[in-house]
Write a new protein. Structure first.
Length: 398
């Protein structure tokens, strides 16, 4: 029998990244097991329970025996429901149909499988820094040439479009955008989307628009998707899912919308990896889309209140400054007046203040002067964490 040891692992593994939040979570749980109080602000998941009507649909599906293999692209009824919802929510004309939809176990595999479907070694892949780590991890694994454009705090975390214009070219195959943005909470404005769309058409590249936080949105205007702009429906892959909007992170249910020819290839990758998403989970997704929208709005209103509380509180702590996030559920304070080592500070806050957060550099080099706090925590926990940070910080030697 072959011994499975570290040195037999494929060299390509070295190109994979990882979500640091899961590693922080493991340490936080270990501290809790020792009896310590920890406020969890490391992981990006709503702390609300999944709405009842959604859970009921899954239970009913289980009772009805919905426990077997299904088509790799997803249940026709869910694909049609997603096409209708996604097109209506984003005002996309002509609308999507079921054949444009690929159902995946969470948005993350939709990103991985879409990148697998599109990127050859050497293809130019443009993304933003800081960013959700899954994009660069998949692109690097696939040996694409990755180009990172720094996002700037002084531009409310939107990219410098002049810089983007200089860095994309006819060699660019795919650009990723993510609005509202993890980890900064920044939201792209209409003029950003229009200029990106013009560049995509001039240089003939595709855009993967990660819109997983499209329902975690605090501006008093409608959500804007690049896919709704003229000429963009056919060159945009919209990634979305149920995790953040419906508090369904653990269910693993996401999707992507794209031209049919590409959807067929992404489905082939589904076929080769997870085969299909569990039927009772897909039934829950149908219930989420068909049921009342009120729970989504109520969760968003609560997030907004928490956002205001944590941002005001962070700005009151000496040495920290924090912009107001316009979407998602992360506060991303600047810590450069305290330290040049964001990782050490994140570790210190967990070990000495009982506050679990993520270092900004876990999202890329440009995140190096920041920490990310997920405000998927109650107002009481937020207040407790703010006090704990303020009390612990003077002892930090950074
Ligand atoms: C920007 C972004 N995209 C995608 C995902 C993946 O979400 P899912 O739970 O649906 O896989 C996350 C999760 O944190 C995210 O922050």
């Amino acid at each position: 029998m072959l011994a499975v040891t570290g040195n037999r692992v494929a060299s390509a593994v070295a190109r994979l990244g990882a979500e640091n939040a899961f590693q922080v979570l493991a340490r936080a749980r270990a501290l809790e097991a020792q009896g310590r109080r920890v406020v969890h602000m490391e992981i990006g998941e709503p702390d609300f329970d999944t709405p009842k009507h959604i859970k009921r649909a899954a239970v009913e599906a289980l009772d009805a025996g919905d426990t077997h293999y299904l088509p790799s692209a997803g249940l026709g009824e869910l694909r049609a429901g997603v096409a209708e919802y996604a097109g209506r929510f984003r005002h996309i004309e002509p609308g999507y149909s079921a054949e444009n939809v690929v159902i995946t176990p969470g948005a993350k595999p939709a990103i991985w499988n879409t990148l697998c479907a599109l990127l050859d070694p050497g293809d130019e892949f443009v993304y933003f820094d800081p960013a959700y780590p899954a994009y660069a991890s998949a692109a690097s694994y696939l040996q694409a040439k990755t180009v990172a454009i720094p996002l700037r705090e002084e531009r409310d975390w939107r990219m410098d479009l002049g810089e983007l214009e200089r860095r994309v070219s006819d060699r660019t195959k795919l650009l990723v955008i993510n609005s509202p943005h993890n980890p900064t909470g920044g939201v792209l404005q209409a003029e950003d989307l229009e200029r990106i769309a013009a560049l995509a058409q001039r240089h003939d590249f595709l855009v993967l628009a990660d819109e997983i936080y499209s329902r975690n949105f605090y501006l008093d205007r409608e959500y804007l998707s690049i896919a709704a702009l003229p000429g963009m429906r056919e060159r945009t892959i919209v990634v979305d899912g149920f995790s953040k909007a419906y508090a369904m992170t653990g269910w693993r249910l996401g999707y992507a919308l794209m031209p049919k020819a590409l959807a067929d290839v992404v489905t082939l990758f589904n076929n080769n990896t997870f085969s299909c998403v569990a039927g009772f989970v897909q039934r829950a997704g149908i219930a989420a889309l068909q049921g009342p929208d009120e729970p989504v709005r109520a969760m968003n209103a609560t997030f907004r209140e928490r956002r205001d509380r944590i941002v005001a509180g962070l700005n009151r702590i000496a040495g920290l400054s924090c912009t107001l996030p316009e979407g998602a559920f992360y506060a991303f304070p600047n810590v450069s007046r305290i330290t040049q080592d964001d990782r050490a500070l994140a570790t210190f806050l967990l070990e000495h203040a009982g506050v679990a957060c993520t270092s900004g550099s876990a999202f890329g080099k440009a995140g190096g002067s920041y920490l990310r706090f997920s405000y998927a925590a109650s107002l009481d926990d937020i207040d407790w964490a703010l006090d704990a940070i303020a009390n612990a910080l003077p002892a930090f030697k950074g």
